[in-house]
Design a protein around this ligand. Structure first.
Ligand code: ZN
Length: 169
C-alpha cells in the first residue's frame, strides 16, 4: 500500500471535473481503494473521494460511525443518493483538499445511498447525521463540487466548547 498525494485548491482542475462511472471493479480499482484507505487513515480524515487523489472515477471512502466501536472505512463504488430527508443540519465542515478551511454547511440530516461494493454487488444504506454528511460531501467531490460552494456564512452555529475543528473529508 502507498500513501497518495492529495489534490488541493479551489481551482484544481481534477477536483473541478465530474468523475466517470466505474464499469467494472478490476484490480486497479481495488489497489486504488486500498491506497485510499491508507491515505485516509494517515491523514486522519473522515472521508476521501477518488478525485482528491487524482483519479476522476466514482469511488469514495466514508469513515462511518466515527469514534465508536462500530467505526469502519467503507468504500462506495458509483454511489447515488436516492432519497433525502426534509430535515437539514448545519455543521462546520473541513476538507482534506482545502487545508485549514472550516465553514458551516447545510446538509440533509438523513440520506439513502445506493452503491456497489468492491465485489460489484449492489447495496442500499440509510445514513444519518455525520455518516450522511460525509457521504454527501464525498459525492459532491465526484460532481466537481467543493464544500465551500455550499457554505452558508449566515448560518447560526452552536459549537460545543473545546471540540475544535472537525476533521477533513
Ligand atoms: Zn473534501
Amino acid at each position: 500500500m502507498a500513501k497518495l498525494n492529495i489534490q488541493t485548491g479551489t481551482d484544481n482542475k481534477i477536483l473541478r471535473t465530474r468523475s466517470e462511472r466505474i464499469k467494472k471493479v478490476d484490480k486497479k480499482i481495488i489497489r486504488l481503494v486500498d491506497n485510499m484507505r491508507e491515505t485516509l487513515l494517515l491523514e486522519n480524515g473522515l472521508g476521501l473521494a477518488a478525485p482528491q487523489v487524482g483519479e476522476n472515477i466514482r469511488v469514495i471512502l466514508a469513515r462511518l460511525n466515527f469514534d465508536t466501536p462500530q467505526e469502519m472505512v467503507k468504500p462506495l463504488i458509483n454511489p447515488e443518493i436516492i432519497l433525502t430527508s426534509d430535515e437539514t443540519v448545519v455543521a462546520e465542515e473541513g476538507c482534506l483538499s482545502l487545508p485549514d478551511c472550516y465553514k458551516p454547511v447545510e446538509r440533509f440530516k438523513k440520506i439513502r445511498v445506493r452503491f456497489d461494493d468492491i465485489r460489484g454487488e449492489g447495496h442500499i444504506l440509510e445514513l444519518e447525521d455525520l455518516n450522511a454528511r460525509i457521504v454527501q460531501h464525498e459525492v459532491d467531490h465526484l460532481n466537481g463540487m467543493l464544500f465551500i460552494d455550499r457554505v452558508d456564512e449566515d448560518a447560526m452555529l452552536v459549537s460545543e466548547k473545546g471540540t475544535g475543528h472537525p476533521k477533513g473529508m
